[in-house]
Design a protein around this ligand. Structure first.
Ligand SMILES: [Zn+2]
Length: 296
């Protein structure tokens, strides 16, 4: 499915790959005590946590930015027909993402830029499609923008190390390297601007080289924050890391910086894994923060 909203002169569309009550909290947030979820039940249930199942709802989605004649895809989900041994919910998907993208005015040939917050398997999958016996670039006319420090990490083989292999998986080889070999990729670092509308900002911690993308138009602001946040719970408890945050202290520092900046700027925060309504605003309360869900 898809949903669109405007930000000044820019259109932002959400493309859903799948969502569901898939994650045991103890798996996604190893340091989290159940009492924290119970204390935040009004925030978390029913769109982000199903208490009687004790499962967190995790969405896999990504965002499309229409800005002038630019069509930018921000992260690219899990992808179709990707072998993901050991992660059944991601293994050999056959979803209608391509059809929804066409419906949203972002058919593969129309996409001009593909930007990635980081290189985990659930953020790069639609970079490529299985065609004629090979993983071919899904978006043949696009430039693909890859966070440099994540690429260096994977290229050195560290994506295969115990503890990180589950999140990078085979994606580097079937979804990242093919677009590099086709000459379609560019490495990005914080401080750059992409497509005349996206500012690349530092967001390392969850992965070695994660970045965020800020967009502004006519006084409105939004930030594509990747996996700085997995769940609204981390807005009220910024100290809570996911089990996938490879640099735990840096992940917390990055999260706190995002929350402070988003609260000050009133930016719309656009994560990847939140349940309904999938995006929102950060407000201050006392020394901490609150989540104000967006309306569609
Ligand atoms: Zn993710």
């Amino acid at each position: 499915m898809m949903q669109s909203r405007t930000l000044g002169d820019i259109k932002i569309t959400r493309i859903l790959e799948y969502a569901g009550p898939t994650h045991d909290p103890a798996f996604l947030f190893p340091d989290l005590d159940r009492s924290v979820l119970d204390a935040n039940v009004d925030l978390m249930a029913p769109h982000h946590w199903i208490p009687h199942m004790n499962k967190l709802i995790v969405t896999i989605q990504f965002w499309i930015v229409h800005a002038g004649d630019k069509v930018v895809v921000v992260d690219t989900g899990v992808g179709n027909f990707k072998p993901r041994a050991g992660i059944a919910r991601m293994h050999m998907l056959n979803t209608l993402v391509r059809e929804w993208m066409i419906a949203a005015g972002a058919a593969p040939e129309q996409v001009t830029h593909v930007v990635m917050t980081h290189l985990h398997a659930d953020h790069v999958g639609w970079n490529t499609t299985w065609q004629d016996g090979r993983w071919a670039p899904t978006f043949p006319n696009a430039r693909y923008y890859i966070p440099k420090d994540d690429f260096v990490f994977c290229d050195a083989g560290r994506n295969k190390e115990p503890g990180v292999v589950d999140v990078f998986g085979e994606a580097f080889f079937d979804s990242v390297m093919p677009v590099v070999k086709e000459g379609l990729a560019e490495m990005i670092v914080p401080g750059q601007e992409i497509a005349g509308c996206l500012q690349v900002e530092p967001a390392a911690g969850h992965s070695p080289g994660q970045v965020a993308f800020r967009v502004r138009s006519r006084g409105e602001e939004a930030v594509f924050c990747g996996d700085i946040l997995h769940s609204p719970l981390q807005i009220v408890r910024p100290d809570v890391n996911s089990g996938y945050c490879i640099r735990p202290d840096l992940a917390r520092t990055t999260r706190l910086a995002l929350l402070n900046q988003a609260a000050d700027s009133e930016a719309l925060v656009l994560p990847v894994h939140f349940g309904q309504p999938h995006c929102g605003y950060i407000r201050r309360e006392g020394q901490g923060f609150l989540f104000e869900p967006a309306t569609w």
